[in-house]
Write a protein that binds this ligand. Structure first.
Ligand code: AMP
Ligand code: GLY
Length: 421
C-alpha cells in the first residue's frame, strides 16, 4: 500500500513511523512533512490548508490511503474532497469536524447525547456574558467558540477576570473565532485524554494519555501546544479508559449518526477526572499532539488495518493490543516559546538520542539548512521512551533528551510525574 500522511509535526512523524513499519505498507509519503519524516518517507511541499493541492498530490501519487493529522484541513473539508475524488481517507467530514471546530456545537451535542460536561452558556454580547458569569458565580472559564490554536481559553478566578476576558474576545482579540463565546463552570481535577478510532457507531480505544499543557513545571505559566505526555495516564486503568469510550465516545457517535453526520477518524475526548467522575472538557477530531507520540509507540499490533477499516467503513468495536508498561514523550522547545520561537539554531545529538533501544525522537519544528539540522518553530522535537512503568519510561526519556542540545532549549522536568498538566 501507498499511504500519504498530511501534516508536519511530531504527531505526523509518529504516524509515519508506525505506518512505515507495517508489513502492508510499501511507500509512505507526507505533505508537507519534516526532516525527521524525510528519513522514513518522501516529503512533498504542499501546505496542510491547500486542499486542492493535497487532493492533487494524493491523486498523482495514486495512494491507497490518506491519513490527515491536523484539524485545519479537516474543518476545511479535505476528507470530503478526497472521498469525492474516490480516494480513501482516515479523517472526518467537515460536518463531523464541527465537533472540534465549534465549542457551542459540541456543548449542544454533549447535552443531546447525555454526556457529563461543565454547565455552559453560549453568548454573543457583553450583556449576555455578564449574566452568564454571574450565574456561574464569577469563577469560570471563558472560551472562544471557533478554532484558536489553543489560545481561545481563559481560566478565570473571579468575575472581574472573566468580564475582561469576555470583553477582549468579543472586541476581536482572536478575530472571527471569538464572536461567539462559551462561558462555563470551572471544573477541578487531573486531566485525561482518551482517543478512539471510530467509524459510525463503532469505536476502538487507544491507550489513555495525559498531556502536560503548561510551559512550566507543576502546571504553571502559559498554555502551550503541549510540553509532553505519558501513556497510560497515571492512575487510569485500561478498563477505565474503555469505560470512558462506552460512556462518552459511543453516545456522541450515536448522536452524530442520528443527525446524519457520521464520524469517521480519531475522536479525542479531553476529560477532567472530577470528584463526581469523568466530565468532558473538549473533543478533537484527530490524533492529539503530543499524546500520539506517547500512545503509538505502545501499540502491540499493526495500526494500518484499523486506519483502513475506518476509511472503508468496516471498523467494528474491538480493542488494540498494547505493549505493557508506559511511554513518556518529552517536548523540547525553542527559546521564547510559547510567546515566540527561534529558528535556525543548530541542533546536536538527535541521532545519538534516537539510537537507543525503546527510544524515538520525533521531529516537529526542525529544518535542514546548509546540510545541518536546525530549529524551525516553537516545539522542536519530542523524545519518547518506553519503560516497564511510568517511572522507568520517564527516566529513559530524560536520559535520551539529555543527549540533545541546542541554544535556548526548554523542557519540563516533570513530564510523566503526577504533577499538574
Ligand atoms: P479546551 O481547549 O476547551 O480543551 O481548553 C484548554 C484547557 O483549558 C483544558 O485542557 C483545561 O486545562 C482548561 N479548561 C477548559 N475548560 C475547563 C473547565 N470547564 N474547567 C477547568 N479547566 C478547563
Ligand atoms: N494535546 C492537545 C491536542 O492535541 O489538542
Amino acid at each position: 500500500m501507498r499511504v500519504l500522511v498530511v501534516g508536519a509535526g511530531g504527531r505526523e512523524h509518529a504516524l509515519v513511523s508506525v505506518i512505515s513499519a507495517s508489513p502492508l505498507c510499501l511507500e509512505v509519503h507526507a505533505a508537507p512533512g519534516n526532516p525527521g519524516i524525510a528519513l522514513v518517507g518522501k516529503c512533498h511541499p504542499i501546505k496542510v490548508d491547500d486542499i486542492a493541492g493535497q487532493v492533487a498530490l494524493a491523486r498523482s501519487l495514486a495512494v491507497d490511503l490518506v491519513v490527515v493529522g491536523p484539524e485545519v484541513p479537516l474543518v476545511l473539508g479535505l476528507a470530503d474532497e478526497l472521498r469525492a475524488a474516490g480516494i480513501r481517507v482516515f479523517g472526518p467530514s467537515a460536518a463531523a469536524a464541527h465537533v472540534e471546530g465549534s465549542k457551542a456545537f459540541t456543548k449542544e451535542l454533549l447535552e443531546a447525547a447525555g454526556v457529563d460536561t461543565a454547565t455552559a452558556f453560549t453568548v454573543t454580547t457583553l450583556d449576555e456574558a455578564h449574566d452568564a458569569i454571574a450565574k456561574l458565580g464569577g469563577r469560570c472559564v471563558v472560551k472562544a467558540d471557533g478554532l484558536a490554536a489553543g489560545k481561545g481559553v481563559v481560566i478565570c478566578d473571579d468575575a472581574a477576570e472573566a468580564e475582561q476576558a469576555a470583553q477582549e474576545l468579543l472586541d476581536g482579540a482572536l478575530g472571527e473565532a471569538g464572536t461567539t463565546l462559551v462561558i462555563e463552570e470551572r471544573m477541578e481535577g487531573p486531566e485525561l485524554s482518551v482517543l478512539a478510532l471510530c467509524h459510525g457507531e463503532a469505536a476502538v480505544p487507544l491507550p489513555s494519555a495525559r498531556d502536560y499543557k503548561r510551559i512550566g513545571e507543576g502546571g504553571t505559566g502559559p498554555n502551550t501546544g503541549g510540553m509532553g505526555a505519558i501513556s497510560p495516564a497515571p492512575g487510569v486503568s485500561d478498563e477505565e479508559a474503555q469505560q470512558i469510550v462506552e460512556t462518552v465516545h459511543k453516545p456522541i457517535l450515536r448522536e452524530l449518526v442520528r443527525r446524519g453526520i457520521p464520524f469517521s477518524g480519531c475522536l479525542y475526548a479531553g476529560l477532567m477526572l472530577t470528584a463526581t467522575g469523568p466530565r468532558v472538557l473538549e473533543f478533537n477530531v484527530r490524533f492529539g499532539d503530543p499524546e500520539t507520540e506517547a500512545v503509538l509507540p505502545r501499540l502491540g499490533e499493526d495500526l494500518l488495518p484499523f486506519l483502513m477499516a475506518c476509511a472503508d467503513g468496516t471498523l467494528q468495536d474491538g480493542r488494540l493490543r498494547t505493549i505493557p508498561g508506559a511511554a513518556v514523550a518529552v517536548a523540547l522547545a525553542s527559546r521564547g516559546y510559547p510567546a515566540s520561537s527561534e529558528s535556525g539554531t543548530p541542533i546536536n545529538g538527535v541521532s545519538e538520542a534516537g539510537s537507543q533501544r525503546d527510544v524515538a525522537v520525533f521531529h516537529a519544528g526542525t529544518a535542514i539548512v546548509d546540510g545541518r539540522l536546525v530549529t524551525a518553530g516553537g516545539r522542536v522535537l519530542a523524545v519518547t521512551a518506553r519503560g516497564a512503568d511510568g517511572a522507568a519510561a520517564q527516566a529513559a526519556a530524560y536520559a535520551a533528551a539529555a543527549k540533545i542540545a541546542f541554544d535556548g532549549m526548554q523542557l519540563r522536568r516533570d513530564i510523566g510525574s503526577d504533577a499538574q498538566g
